[in-house]
Design a protein. Structure first.
Length: 158
């Protein structure tokens, strides 16, 4: 008998053995140097995403910095932070579809370069409409959609 596949909300709640801080080693040290990396729990990333107020945006890098600071690590893990933001976005939509009102405003968390994350829920039009509805101008630059006023609108969660 196979195990039922977890829904997004269950994935968000499954912290496994996280958060944890480990030494930067191997391939990671070529890019990030020496020190430690904080690997967050999914719910931690969600919690930081929830702090971004209406009219503001943040990026995965700001979330990573907050995680590193909280755990007194050199960096926040770029891979798991991005994955857990993706899980949080889908869990928020799942909760919204179930009738919950207070869900994570995932559209306020951008990729590191200030562009919309095409892996988040819905199509690019939905992803544009939500921040535009909060006063942000979104323009297409090459294949990416970016928030024009990123510097003025940037929020650093802590």
């Amino acid at each position: 008998m196979s195990k039922a596949k977890k829904n997004w909300t269950e994935k968000l709640s499954d912290s496994k053995d996280l958060p944890k801080v480990v030494k930067i080693e191997g391939k990671m040290s070529k890019r990030w140097g020496e020190g430690t990396v904080a690997i967050p729990a999914p719910i931690e990333v969600d919690s930081l995403m929830r702090k971004v107020p209406k009219g503001k945006v943040t990026t995965i890098n700001e979330i990573r910095e907050a995680i590193a600071k909280k755990h007194k690590a050199t960096i926040g893990c770029p891979i798991t932070t991005g994955i857990f933001a993706w899980v949080a976005s889908h869990a928020a939509e799942e909760k919204k579809d179930a009738g919950e009102k207070d869900t994570t405003p995932w559209w306020r968390t951008l990729k590191s370069d200030g562009s919309l994350n095409e892996k988040y829920p819905g199509n690019i039009e939905l992803q544009k409409d939500l921040p535009e509805g909060e006063g942000h101008e979104i323009i297409k630059k090459g294949k990416k959609y970016i928030v024009v006023d990123l510097k003025e609108s940037l929020f650093r969660p802590s």
